[in-house]
Design a protein around this ligand. Sequence first.
Ligand SMILES: [Zn+2]
Length: 340
Amino acid sequence: MPMTPEERYSRQVLFRGIGAQGQQRLAAARVAIIGCGATGSALASLLARAGVGALRIIDRDYVEPSNLQRQSLFDENDAAESVPKAIAAARKIAAFNSEIVVEPQVADLTPANIGSLLAHSELVLDGTDNFETRYLMNDYAVEQGVPWIYAAAVGSYAATMNILPGETACLACIFPAPPRGVVETCDTSGILNSAVNLAASVQATEALKLLVGARDQLRRTLLSFDVWSNERSEISTAHPRTDCQTCAKREFLHLEGKGRPQITLCGRNSVQIHERERPIDFGEMTERLKPHGVVRHNDFVLKFWRDDYEITLFPDGRAIIKGTTDTAVARSLYARYVGS
Ligand SMILES: [Zn+2]
């Protein structure tokens, strides 16, 4: 006998904050999740199970064995096959909730594509691990008047804040420059999966409140919690800063792409080359690279190993080069094997 939506969501509908009407609103909602690592996995899983009707999952990366400790939507096969995280997430979600629409997007969020990738999303959720992307999201959200929810987790520390443009402080009000402490990354400080899940749980709950229209219940603070030391703090975000460059002066430098690097360090020992906009034919590229090293590809990524380097190439020409933190070396490997 087929499952009815009434059965599937019965325990959630019983909760007074949601109810039957709230559940209908969730079914009609369209949400974008940017980044599908640990936070994004937890978010996507919670919101998909809760019945959010359309989820757009945007991620630039592929699954690796070191992700499995905390990135709850992925399994060993995904890592063995280097499946892009957005695709792997969509497959997993389809297995437990085939009634919602998931739109996976294997892409790096940039000033050039943010408008099309986030169009039609009424709420944007931060599952990223870097402030460059968050400032870009903040610019877009403030300019468009779309709410978004920041979340960060590193070590045993979790933090989250709701940004309601025109109402609360924005990210740049609170962090005019990237904060110290959270700039440590999971690659350098490690991470507890429970810290990530705490951030994502609070973030997903705030998302539900917003989507069902319970705006008076939304938290107007930057909440941070250390699950190891049990230290916690809350800073009010109820009022935007009157001299904020982004929400007061409406200068959207990140959206304009000012000073955006073409090459960034990503992770402990790798460099990303992005925005190449060079469509790659994996079949052709495989033939070309075969004489130079080990090469294999699936529909989504091509991997090439040579000496101590591993080059992962995406169909749009973006590449992640492992085995170096030297951007010059990465650029030269890209030029040599992919083309300049
Ligand atoms: Zn602001």
